[in-house]
Design a protein around this ligand. Structure first.
Ligand code: GLY
Length: 391
């Protein structure tokens, strides 16, 4: 698979593109499920050797990488299986989704991470929607309690990272917007408004402190929990402090879209629209709509892309188009991204890359880790986008 980038392509903006070739959702889902059959067989073989490594994450240097339930990406694989059950209603996927979801359950009590939205909400939230199993609901509620323990009332935000205490005191990353879905759902389940209050306080302070005037976002904001003030704004995974890390922009877009879903507060819709504008007005994203890993990497057009940022963006736009005046534009952009991801420039052939669906994601470029590789969250949001495109 060869990714071709031409300078001509670079001159287009996504917003200026015509209608994308329509993706055949049924066919793409069937290929994805066939590819996931391969992945499941690799997972089962790997687990026989190391049983505590429960979920597939990526392929790096040609090697299949599994992770334990503590990894921030552990929930995407079972959550993807729930999507297959949603699409097919086939008992095979129900059984598999249930089986692999169980492995992540103990993380509901994990108070050392903010990533419980990804780890717990994706598999257990999807599982609950499809089965109404009250155990799944209780796992979501317990995870919301664990996540809430990381909220600091003075700073008004949920702490993201405990590590690297020499670099920051109370690090909050834009990715954290994704965890708010867990809190909003727990509010619905319990009618306990404390989860809701934490979610909106976090979202409001993130609007205040994480965004630049052009609505691109900083990756990391460090807070002082005594005064409640911002100490510093930096990056961990982006190219530079003032650059726009592509996946961060996608997390922000998705995050404010979901905040609007639950609150109907127009401020969140405005924020989501503004982030969408930043993404779609980019003059440097190539014509296929798949962004470079960072909008400001001077190596562009030779910089790696990030298919995961594209998949998250497409999925978010399919929801945002239902709320926004820009429906047509968002639909066109999401269709374009989905259509590009569904071609063999990005979709692995069946059996290739250990059964991961998409190639060309970038995890952590500055650490030279997971660059131009398949990654579980790219696959998860791609499948979600496919399903959302059908509605
Ligand atoms: N949430 C971590 C990442 O997007 O890489």
């Amino acid at each position: 698979m060869k990714l071709k980038i031409t300078m001509v392509a670079v001159l287009f903006t996504i917003a200026s593109l015509g209608y994308a070739q329509k993706v055949n959702v049924k066919k793409s889902m069937q290929s994805a499920m066939a590819q996931s059959d391969v992945l499941i067989s690799k997972v089962d073989s790997a687990r026989k050797i190391k049983p505590d490594q429960v979920s597939p994450r990526t392929v790096e240097n040609g090697k299949f990488k599994m992770v334990s339930s503590r990894d921030w990406t552990s929930g995407f694989f079972p959550a993807q299986l729930w999507f297959y059950y949603q699409f097919t209603k086939d008992e095979k996927w129900l059984w598999l989704a249930k089986k692999y979801t169980e492995d992540i359950k103990k993380e509901q009590f994990n108070k050392t991470t903010h990533d419980l939205g990804f780890m717990i909400y994706c598999p257990f939230g999807n599982g609950f929607k499809l089965t109404q199993d009250t155990v799944y609901k209780s796992v979501v509620v317990q995870a919301a309690k664990s996540l809430s323990s990381r909220f600091n009332a003075k700073a008004g935000v949920i702490k993201s990272w405990d590590h690297n205490g020499d670099k920051w005191k109370y690090a909050v990353i834009i990715d954290n917007m994704m965890n708010l879905e867990l809190l909003f759902e727990a509010t619905k389940f319990t009618r306990d408004s404390s989860f809701y209050k934490i979610a909106v306080t976090h979202a409001n302070n993130t609007i205040k402190n994480h965004f630049r005037p052009d609505f691109s976002s900083y990756h990391v904001v460090d807070y002082d929990t005594v005064s409640g003030n911002v100490r510093n704004k930096v990056t961990a995974q982006g190219y530079a402090k003032e650059s726009a890390w592509s996946r961060g922009q996608a997390w922000g877009l998705y995050g404010y879209t979901l905040c609007y879903r639950y609150t109907k507060n127009p401020v969140y819709l405005e924020q989501a629209d503004a982030i969408a504008n930043y993404i779609l007005n980019s003059k440097i994203t190539p014509a296929d709509g798949i962004p470079y890993w960072d909008y400001n990497d001077p190596a562009i057009p030779d910089a790696p892309r990030d298919a995961s940022a594209a998949a998250i963006t497409a999925s978010a736009l399919y929801e945002l188009m239902d709320y926004s005046k820009d429906k047509k534009r968002y639909k066109m952009a999401a269709d374009k991204i989905l259509s590009s991801l569904s071609t063999n420039s990005y979709t692995n052939a069946i059996g290739e890359n250990y059964g991961f669906i998409l190639a060309h994601s970038t995890g952590h470029r500055t650490a030279n880790s997971e660059v131009d590789v398949p990654i579980n969250y790219a696959d998860y949001y791609y499948i979600e986008a496919l399903l959302r495109s059908k509605r």
